[in-house]
Design a protein around this ligand. Structure first.
Ligand SMILES: NC(=O)c1ccc[n+]([C@@H]2O[C@H](COP(=O)([O-])OP(=O)(O)OC[C@H]3O[C@@H](n4cnc5c(N)ncnc54)[C@H](O)[C@@H]3O)[C@@H](O)[C@H]2O)c1
Length: 255
């Protein structure tokens, strides 16, 4: 059995992950961490200030973090200090915060960090990569939509898409929305929609005169992210210290 502690246990993703860990046969939900104490699925949620003692007490093998960027750095450092493997899904992380996380992880613990744990999105990103190689001379637009409570924009997945497009189609300026009189140059337009309970939509459009190619992914339920996070939790325990991504978990070859 792999002992799992969920950080952000009271949140939307924390609750979904807690339920699915609790229902799984090979993972043991041993507790949660959140800003306020409580319980979920029959185990204790401790507040952040007691988290380190709790990790030791519960003999956690892996910490799954779906919180907010500012908190995730400290959570990663805490897990690394205690030799607890990591699965980090929190988005909105700045380059400096990411560097701090990587520093805490390298040489200490294995960690899977991904802006999107959906297996479908991993495949969608591969399709975006292959398309970008072939469609370098097309106009490119990126669209994403999420629920009204999402804190960061554009989404972590949209940022990953932009990074892949830069790698494969050449670095272009990003234009975050358009207003007024605008002349399209060689930028990538990035468009963010927030509303209702949209779980997560991403679309890349490659256009030129008389044709558009669209690649899109739509998540209908948070369980798609949670099941990928559980897969990553099973995979990461016992791996060599270092930072991994979903492509490693899924065995996708680097292109
Ligand atoms: N990688 C993915 O596949 C994926 C999928 C969905 C969401 N996300 C990301 O996961 C994060 C959480 O999303 P959500 O929709 O569950 O948000 P949410 O706001 O519903 O939940 C976040 C929880 O973290 C808690 N929290 C904040 N600071 C904390 C701290 N210091 N210690 C412990 N808990 C703390 C909050 O109280 C809240 O309960 C966001 O960054 C979101 O973008 C990633």
């Amino acid at each position: 059995m792999i002992n799992v502690v969920v950080c952000g246990a009271s949140g939307r993703m924390g609750q979904t992950i807690g339920r699915m860990v609790n229902e799984s046969k090979d993972l043991e939900l041993v507790g949660g961490i959140n800003l306020k104490p409580g319980s979920f699925f029959g185990v204790e949620i401790v507040e952040t200030k007691n988290a380190e003692v709790f990790l030791k007490k519960t003999k956690a093998d892996v910490l799954i973090d779906f919180t907010i960027a500012g908190a995730a750095v400290g959570n990663v450092q805490m897990a690394a200090r205690n030799n607890v493997a990591l699965v980090v899904g929190t988005t909105g992380i700045t380059a400096d915060q990411r560097a701090e996380m990587d520093k805490a992880i390298h040489g200490h613990v294995p960690a899977v960090i991904s802006s999107n744990f959906s297996i479908g999105v991993s495949i969608f990103l591969q399709l975006v990569r292959e398309s970008a190689k072939l469609l370098k001379d097309y106009d490119i637009e990126v669209l994403e939509a999420h629920h009204r409570n999402k804190k960061d924009a554009p989404s972590g997945t949209a940022k990953t898409i932009l990074q892949i497009l830069d790698e494969e189609a050449g670095t272009r300026q990003k234009m975050y929305g358009r207003e007024g009189i605008t002349e399209r140059k060689n930028e990538i337009g990035v468009h963010v929609i927030r509303g209702g309970d949209i779980v997560g939509d991403h679309k890349v459009m490659f256009s030129k005169n008389f044709e558009t190619i669209e690649i899109s992914h739509r998540a209908y339920d948070r369980s798609v992210f949670a099941s990928g996070a559980l897969l990553a939790a099973r995979w990461v325990v016992g791996k060599k210290a270092g930072v991994y991504g979903m492509n490693d978990v899924l065995g996708f070859k680097k292109k």
